[in-house]
Design a protein. Structure first.
Length: 439
């Protein structure tokens, strides 16, 4: 019966490829295989799993982070940031693209919601870059890569879900993400500057004009645009880093701060508030439904002896600790071609974690590697979600070919960042150890 547990995966992927929703596919396979393996006793296990998910107070941060992102999309913060950042970068080679990445970093650190950053930033940044004849591949790669930084720049909804699944502190993960996220974003900026220095036509410098703002005016605009999001970032991430608040409490601060920002920028209305609440409800329900379904699926798989079997097979393959790690990361990368991030976490992480822990690797470090791989698969054609987001907001002159080729250099940067983080675990572990006393 142990080998029977492995059949759960091809059965699951078969249903997903047929077009069934992931949550219902997970639940269906869990029920069918659970009944075959445990008979009616499986429903007692299901009740326990439902109670575990419903009673997990950490997951209360999910709707709060989603609400924060929904409100910030409508607060006017993106427009203010766009104007302020490009005041300082526009004279650089590829300055509009560089400013777009910087804006993505700040906006991702403010919202924590995947997709929101790319959509909002893309709508703002694409028209001026096209106006100044930027290379369309560079535009595409910059928007896709910068917009997907929400996966690896804290705070992140992905981490709120990943922490309980891997049984790792969300605070440790959020602080551990900081250096890898900044390394990745820095490489993006260096690449853009280097490419535009070598080929000035890829990202022309914007010429001086008579109506250029003076230093004092630029400083005033920058302070007005940057102070609110920086206060937001400090309220959320700073309170976690300095141990002043739990992840859920920090998310509540962020949600309240986003609400205040909409009032500050005079964007608040009951209609907008209702839209944000409905979006929060829809996204949170989706996440929690898949989370519950994944718990049922992994509960049946583990209860059927699946973990023990996988462990025996890997031991027989004699891969060694690093071979095991590369195998797991490769599976996450491949799964990202056709599965959403939450499905990847729920299907693979519960299986990987005990094996990785047994191999002697640090779980916080391993979780950050998984986040980098998820972001890489997020950009990788042909099923790249980042490209689908961009396709929905890009003008017709930006073709899919531009988008596919545009993300390639950024995927190379992703791979380089992954190698650096794998080779130097302290890029993840040093900051949590100093700020949180972890490790």
């Amino acid at each position: 019966m142990d080998y029977f547990a492995l059949a759960m995966f091809p059965a699951l992927f078969f249903l997903i490829f047929l077009g069934f929703p992931v949550a219902f596919s997970l639940m269906s396979i869990a029920v069918i295989f659970g009944l075959i393996t445990f008979d009616m006793a499986v429903f007692y296990q299901f009740v326990e799993k439902i109670e575990d998910v419903a009673g997990n107070v950490v997951l209360a941060a999910v709707p709060l982070f989603v609400f924060m992102g929904s409100m910030l999309e409508r607060s006017g913060i993106a427009e203010k940031l766009f104007e302020a950042v490009h005041l300082w970068t526009r004279r650089l080679p590829g300055g509009l693209a560089v400013g777009t990445v910087i804006m993505c970093i700040i906006f991702a650190a403010s919202t924590g919601v995947i997709g929101a950053t790319e959509t909002v930033v893309g709508l703002l940044a694409i028209p001026p870059m096209l106006k100044y004849s930027y290379n369309k591949q560079l535009i595409s790669g910059t928007i896709c890569a910068g917009g997907s930084l929400g996966t690896i720049i804290p705070p992140s909804v992905v981490v709120v879900v990943l922490g309980p699944i891997a049984d790792v502190s969300i605070g440790d993960l959020m602080v551990g993400m900081i250096f890898p996220g900044l390394i990745l974003a820095t490489f993006y900026i260096v690449y853009i500057l280097g490419r535009c220095l070598i080929d000035p036509t890829a990202g022309p410098r914007i010429p001086h004009t008579d109506d250029d703002l003076g230093l004092g005016e630029r400083l005033v605009i920058t302070i007005q645009a940057l102070v609110p999001p920086l206060l937001m970032i400090f309220a959320v991430l700073g309170s976690i880093m300095f141990g002043w608040a739990s992840a859920t409490e920090a998310a509540a601060l962020g949600a309240f701060g986003a609400f205040l920002l909409t009032i500050l920028y005079r964007r608040f209305s009951l209609a907008m508030f209702r839209e944000a609440l409905l979006k929060t409800l829809v996204i949170t329900t989706m996440i929690m439904m898949i989370l519950l379904a994944g718990n049922l699926f992994t509960g049946v798989f583990i209860g059927s002896g699946g973990i023990a079997l996988v462990s025996d097979l890997i031991e027989a393959a004699n891969l060694g600790p690093w071979g095991l790690l590369v195998l797991f990361l490769g599976l996450v990368f491949l799964a990202g071609f056709f599965l959403e991030w939450i499905s990847i976490l729920l299907i693979f992480v519960p299986i990987f974690v005990p094996l990785v822990q047994g191999a002697g690797f640090d779980l916080v470090w391993f979780c950050i590697l998984i986040l980098i791989m998820i972001q890489s698969s997020y950009l990788t054609p042909p099923m790249a979600p980042a490209i689908f987001y961009l396709r929905g907001i890009a003008p017709p002159e930006m073709t899919l070919r531009d988008m596919y080729w545009g993300v390639v250099p950024f995927l190379v940067i992703q791979a380089l960042t992954l190698v650096i983080v794998m080779a130097f675990p302290q890029t993840v572990l040093w900051l949590p150890s100093k700020l949180l006393g972890f490790g």
